[in-house]
Design a protein around this ligand. Structure first.
Ligand code: DGP
Length: 134
């Protein structure tokens, strides 16, 4: 737990939240500024900054809850959903307590996500050398 962390305060019940699901390790609650209604954040109850800091068992606990939330959204609210984790400030992470966004999607939301681009000649090979895992 981090006493200055908003999400830790939500876990402890010191700040209010609309709780979609919780168990002893994971909490899912409505995002206060939803992309679409039902936009849910799934967080570990323990304080971890980002994906790399989280133990694999914790990640497994969380992804199971992401699936539960996704199932409920698809059964009751939307045709599908996006799962997103903004990892680090440069990627848009504002709250330094790792969280998955589960965002309900319907055709009429007209949301267009990623702008896309083409690779230049030789670029994929160069990038692959940088990030390939051996
Ligand atoms: P990110 O940019 O990935 O760190 O997303 C943070 C999300 O958290 C953002 O969509 C808004 C949401 N949020 C921030 N503060 C609160 C809060 O106090 N309560 C709730 N329910 N959501 C919050």
């Amino acid at each position: 737990m981090d006493n200055n962390c908003i999400f830790c305060k939500i876990v402890k019940g010191e700040l209010p939240a609309y709780r979609v699901y919780e168990d002893d390790k994971v909490l899912a609650f409505l995002d206060v500024k939803p992309v679409n209604p039902g936009h849910t954040l799934v967080i570990p109850k323990g304080h971890y900054h980002n994906l790399e800091n989280m133990p694999e068992e914790t990640l497994l606990d969380i992804i199971k809850v992401v699936k539960k939330v996704g199932n409920s959204i698809k059964a009751n609210l939307a045709l599908g959903y996006n799962v997103n984790l903004n990892n680090d400030p440069v990627a848009g992470q504002e709250i330094p307590h790792a969280h998955f966004h589960v965002i309900p999607r319907n055709p009429e939301d007209h949301l267009r996500l990623w702008p896309q681009r083409e690779y230049k000649d030789g670029e994929p090979e160069k990038i692959l050398k940088m990030i390939q895992i051996n």
